[in-house]
Ligand binder design. Sequence first.
Ligand SMILES: NC(=O)c1ccc[n+]([C@@H]2O[C@H](COP(=O)([O-])OP(=O)(O)OC[C@H]3O[C@@H](n4cnc5c(N)ncnc54)[C@H](O)[C@@H]3O)[C@@H](O)[C@H]2O)c1
Ligand SMILES: O=c1ccn([C@@H]2O[C@H](COP(=O)(O)OP(=O)(O)O[C@H]3O[C@H](CO)[C@@H](O)[C@H](O)[C@H]3O)[C@@H](O)[C@H]2O)c(=O)[nH]1
Length: 443
Amino acid sequence: MRNRKKIAVVGTGYVGLVTGVALSEIGHLVYCVDINAEKVAHMTKGKSPIYEPGLEELMIKNINNGNLKFTTDHQKAFTNAEVIYIAVGTPEKEDGTADLKYIENVCQDIAFNITNKVVVVTKSTVPVGTNEYIQKIISTYTKVPFAVVSNPEFLREGSAVHDTFYGDRIIIGSQTEEAANIIEEINKPFGIEIYKTNLRSAEMIKYASNAFLATKISFINEIANISGDLGANIQEVSKGMGFDKRIGNTFLNAGIGYGGSCFPKDTKALVQIAGNINHEFNLLKAVIEVNNKQQLLLVEKAKEHYGSLKGKKVALLGLSFKPNTDDMREAASIITAEKLILAGAQVIAYDPIAIENAKRNLPDAVEYVNSVEEALSNADTAFIMTEWTEIVTTPLSKYHQKLKDNVVFDGRNCYELSDAIRANLNYYSIGRPTILCEKALVQ
Ligand SMILES: NC(=O)c1ccc[n+]([C@@H]2O[C@H](COP(=O)([O-])OP(=O)(O)OC[C@H]3O[C@@H](n4cnc5c(N)ncnc54)[C@H](O)[C@@H]3O)[C@@H](O)[C@H]2O)c1
Ligand SMILES: O=c1ccn([C@@H]2O[C@H](COP(=O)(O)OP(=O)(O)O[C@H]3O[C@H](CO)[C@@H](O)[C@H](O)[C@H]3O)[C@@H](O)[C@H]2O)c(=O)[nH]1
């Protein structure tokens, strides 16, 4: 390949691993470096440490053709590298601000190990001004010339590989044209629109995009929360709104709120970033509050239905924060399971992929089973938390057959109301009229 570069990617989480694999796929020599030796050993054997459709196949292909290497050794990865991508975590601290400790460590790793002129590209989501801070830390410890570029990541978990090759835009923030051009050249083969900005705009574009999407979700959830009782159906409302191109027809699915590793932490971080310049971001604070309440909605509906949940056996279907991922970070299933157990209920949980991760996140009292059917067979009622294909394709007649109380609380509006009526079920969903059938056991 012409212009083949040695590229290092630091951090092999959802962003780093996918970035490294994609860069190797377009022909670069990529060293992925991580401090987690167990993970590196696993990846060296062609095993992905995360569940991400299509990722492992591309990993194996590029390990075998020599384009993709994994190491715990920063020196090995950085020696002669022309570009270094930073993709380590920026989790939230207790006060909601982004914790930059992993970024700071990587800056030192970079400063102590680079051997030649290099472009340092920040993929991690970092507060406005952080790339200048990165520049400052690295230059404190090295005389080797380098430039810093902000290249925020917009991939979604569960479709990360697809999003990397078919994303909507690539943002390149830089103080120097030379560095921006190098990163532009690297990205051209993806054929995605590239927009070049200054460093701080690029950093802000990432937070603003996530905050806007979170706002869209909380907005539609609030509309849902009044629609059901008013006899409107939120799915019709969303669809009707979405015909307006200014609104757009995506990200208007009402449900039990947003979770995941990004929206909850990035909205809180942006509130803090605004606070640093004495701006009260009231809109975003409301978005967060609406979401916190939304995650409790199914438990509240169940308490209203039953009076008390004491002794009730609840099938909790879908545990990850969204389908097609094993990520449990900020999943609504966590708070739901906690509240159910606190109310004296028993929780029987099922997820097609995330059970191992769920065991580390859900209360110890939760029992796990191996199929939707097994969960339903052992339960009085079901809570649908994540719209995995396996869950949405389970016919409602199965719920009717198996659940002792014949009641379903659907947090993702997986079924048509007409199907619930036909299945003779008690069916609660989000922003749609509740179906209460005569034969159902209402206690
Ligand atoms: N997960 C997503 O969907 C997503 C999408 C866009 C942006 N982001 C942002 O990208 C960043 C990374 O997120 P993630 O979910 O991929 O993180 P992650 O927590 O899954 O992975 C981070 C990895 O970095 C490694 N690491 C930490 N310090 C290191 C060091 N000094 N050297 C080498 N490796 C080190 C860790 O061992 C871990 O494997 C965050 O800022 C996040 O906000 C995430
Ligand atoms: O209409 C919708 C769309 C999403 N969600 C929920 O929102 C959360 C986040 O979903 P999604 O955005 O698909 O997944 P993420 O992988 O968290 O991706 C978001 O966060 C990433 C990390 O910053 C960004 O890169 C992506 O662009 C951004 O979509 C999940 O709990 C979804 O169930 C809804 O409730 N309704």
